[in-house]
Design a protein around this ligand. Structure first.
Ligand code: IPM
Ligand code: MN
Length: 360
């Protein structure tokens, strides 16, 4: 296949981890005889510095013209510590999600046997965890209007707003995914307090009627936050709104052993973007120490979700698994004898190519 991939490396460790993901994609291209063309574009603080806009028109065009988008990370402390900053890198990310209609954020969470001892949670609790969170990404309190301050500036407000249609379209995606998994959807909400959550329940029940072989249950988000670390194997597909999904997926990353391991896909009806769930980790930027696995596994998700390249995606996941088993990992996972970011990328790319020799 011949595909064009927009590369939005962004800020902090973004460029370093995306370079390794690209290295691994190139190994896949060699092994399977594909051709990937990369088109780089600016986003986040890097884009503000160059153009004054965290998601410039040129970047949007590059995204629209590509077959898929690979994204690194966004955020820079020089904006975090300045509440009066008019333009913030995160606005670029939110505008990008909204403009490209990326309403379904898919975040798989699993335990890796090789890393179970590293998790602060007990082995017997996390062993066998394998669930996926469908986080709504373009609605809710992140985008609802009105938002802002009253005239005297002494009161601030955000609005959580959802329409039936916004709920329906992601619910369908979650039920379809459950059909290919263990046929269990858990809707996480706060229906005992929030009107939007009650609308979610109403609509999700309706959508669920179209999928009679899928079990649907509900959990309040506070209870779900507890259940995720007490009994993570309970979950198969978790369906939830924007902010609840943001919070519980950071929490769930503890199960995998490191935030640096988790990939994600943000999909809509037209475009798809793939990114590690970690942030820009500015303290590590430029040090060649950041964990590139989240970005590499995001490339694996890209191959599967955007290009239907299942075997190629599995080749990457297998290579990552063997790196984890052999301890060929960065310092967050192996403080005693860590590999660098680039070495981990070399290892995984090498494994992908090595499997070729075995296959031949
Ligand atoms: C994420 C991040 C973003 C979010 C931030 C950077 C705006 O935390 O992708 O989870 O809250 O959605
Ligand atoms: Mn987050």
């Amino acid at each position: 296949m011949n595909k064009t991939i927009a590369i939005l490396a962004g800020d902090g460790i973004g460029p370093e981890v995306i370079a390794e993901a690209r290295k691994v994609m190139d190994a896949v291209a060699r092994r399977f005889g594909h051709s990937f063309i990369y088109k780089e574009a600016l986003v986040g603080a890097a884009a503000i510095d160059a153009t004054g806009d965290p998601f410039p028109g040129k970047t949007e065009r590059t995204c629209r013209e590509a077959d898929a988008i690979l994204f690194g990370a966004i955020g820079d402390p020089k904006y975090d510590n300045d509440p009066s900053a008019k333009v913030r890198p995160e606005q670029g990310l939110l505008r990008m999600r909204s403009t490209l209609g990326l309403y379904a954020n898919i975040r798989p969470v699993m335990s890796y046997e090789a890393l179970e001892d590293r998790s602060p949670l007990k082995n017997n609790v996390i062993s066998g965890t394998d669930f996926v969170v469908f986080r709504e990404l373009t609605g809710g309190i992140y985008f609802g209007e009105p938002r802002g301050r009253t005239e005297n500036g002494n009161t601030a407000f955000d609005s959580c707003v959802y329409s039936r249609e916004e709920i329906r379209r992601i619910a369908h995606k979650a039920f379809q995914a459950a059909g290919k998994r263990r046929k269990h959807v858990t809707l996480v909400d706060k229906a005992n307090v929030l009107a939007t959550s009650r609308l979610w329940r109403e609509e999700v029940v309706r959508v669920g009627e179209e999928y009679p072989d899928i079990t649907l249950d509900y959990m309040f988000v506070d209870n779900a936050a507890m259940k995720i670390i007490l009994q993570p194997t309970f979950f198969d597909v978790v369906l939830t709104e924007n902010m609840f999904g943001d919070i519980i997926t950071d929490e769930a990353s503890v199960i995998a052993g490191s935030l640096g391991l988790l990939p994600s896909a943000s999909t809509g009806d037209e475009f798809a973007l793939f990114e590690p769930i970690h942030g820009s980790y500015p303290q590590a930027a430029g040090k060649n120490t950041a964990n590139p696995m989240g970005a590499i596994l995001s490339a694996a998700m890209l191959l599967e979700y955007a290009f239907g390249a299942i075997e190629e995606s599995k080749a990457i996941r297998d290579a990552v698994a063997s790196a984890l088993e052999e301890g060929s990992v960065t310092e967050d996972l192996n403080a005693d004898s860590p590999l660098s970011t680039r070495e981990v990328g070399d290892y995984v790319a090498g494994k992908v190519l090595e499997m070729k020799e075995v296959a031949e």
